[in-house]
Write a protein that binds this ligand. Structure first.
Ligand SMILES: Cc1cc2nc3c(=O)[nH]c(=O)nc-3n(C[C@H](O)[C@H](O)[C@H](O)COP(=O)(O)O)c2cc1C
Length: 325
């Protein structure tokens, strides 16, 4: 008999239980005095409903091309970095799972060794660089990403004001605000597509177009950069409408399931990122956990695409969702 794959909730529960065993209560950032943004994100996603149809439905294809590469799924591993509870070979584990699922991964804070491990795993890798005050370090990291064979490179611009550890801001001595002019120079210094991560408003998205970015990632960094930042699925539609024809729009922050992914795509994203979920899957079952997680999210996405009469990702738009508050 074929062994049944674990469900998403089983993966999340096992990841949480394994973290609990080593005394980690929450993997990322929710030690803040308010969980307003993740709660509002969840409530908003849960207020969106599909009208399913079940007669004459066909197959659905979740494949897409981005940055000159083909992927089996628009569900990707958003930029993650080593937290103390993760093993040293985490980039290999995550990369192997991502590659087997036909997806791609972003890798955040960390050195060349971790980047190389991710690339050697066979996964298409995008390096997300911090908005360092020391500009030469940014150029060095862009060159490093190029020589090691990244698919694209980018910056989490929302860490320009430091990051939040609980309610404490840190990292401000290392990171600082970036100007359009400097970003334009950085972008034109590389042949790689450049992603501006952490966009939550139309003005910044338009600036990303003006400076030559290939993509924006609508994100509130899972509340690690700014408390009370807009929930990304609420910020997304206006951004997608204003710049979606000029560059690739992606989204993350608060997406957990395949139905969440379909809602993100319907609100205007081309691909949907998962951060904490990937870390949970890594803690649950290493590379296999990551592969199964992406496959399970994609299976639910595919099923709901069929039920909403979307044979291809390009058929998905706002008309498939109704808001009920
Ligand atoms: C363990 C961990 C480390 C992260 N490190 C980075 C990082 O170095 N750079 C970055 O841009 N985002 C980083 N993020 C944020 C993610 O890229 C992403 O924006 C966020 O996790 C998405 O929300 P979600 O966790 O609700 O899916 C990290 C997330 C996690 C869970």
């Amino acid at each position: 008999m074929m062994q049944e794959l674990p469900t998403l909730s089983e993966i999340y529960a096992k990841g949480m239980a394994n973290l609990d065993k080593i005394g980690v209560k929450s993997p990322f950032s929710l030690g803040t005095y308010t969980t307003a943004t993740p709660t509002a994100t969840r409530n908003y996603l849960d207020s969106l409903f599909f009208t399913p149809c079940f007669i004459d439905t066909g197959e659905a294809d979740t494949s897409l091309s981005l940055f000159g590469k083909k992927f089996k799924t628009p569900v990707f591993c958003s930029a993650i970095s080593k937290f103390p509870f993760m093993s040293d070979n985490w980039p290999t584990e995550v990369g192997t799972g991502v590659a087997k699922a036909g997806s791609f991964m972003m890798i955040g804070l960390g050195g060349s060794d971790e980047l190389q491990q991710a690339i050697d795993s066979g996964a298409p890798v995008i390096k997300i660089i911090k908005p360092y005050r020391h500009t030469e370090l940014i150029y060095e990291k862009v060159r490093d990403a190029e020589t090691r064979g990244c698919v694209a490179v980018g910056m989490d611009i929302d860490h320009a004001l430091g990051r939040l550890r609980g309610d404490r801001v840190d990292g401000t001595e290392m990171r600082g605000p970036q100007t359009s002019n400097e970003l334009r120079k950085i972008i034109s210094s590389t042949q790689l597509p450049f992603i501006v991560k952490g966009i939550l408003n139309v003005q910044d998205a338009q600036k990303a177009v003006d400076i030559g970015a290939a993509a924006v990632l609508v994100s509130n960094h899972a509340v690690n950069s700014f408390l009370f930042g807009l929930p990304s699925p609420i910020a997304l539609p206006a951004i997608a409408e204003s710049v979606g024809k000029k560059l690739i729009v992606m989204v993350d922050s608060g997406f957990k399931t395949g139905n969440d992914a379909l809602k993100g795509l319907a609100l205007g994203a081309r691909a949907v990122g998962y951060g904490n979920s990937i870390v949970m899957a890594l803690m649950a079952d290493g590379a296999t956990g990551v592969e199964v997680l992406i496959n399970q999210i994609t299976a639910e996405l595919r099923r709901s695409m069929v039920a909403t009469n979307c044979a291809h990702l390009t058929d998905i738009n706002k008309s498939i969702i109704t808001t009920i508050r």
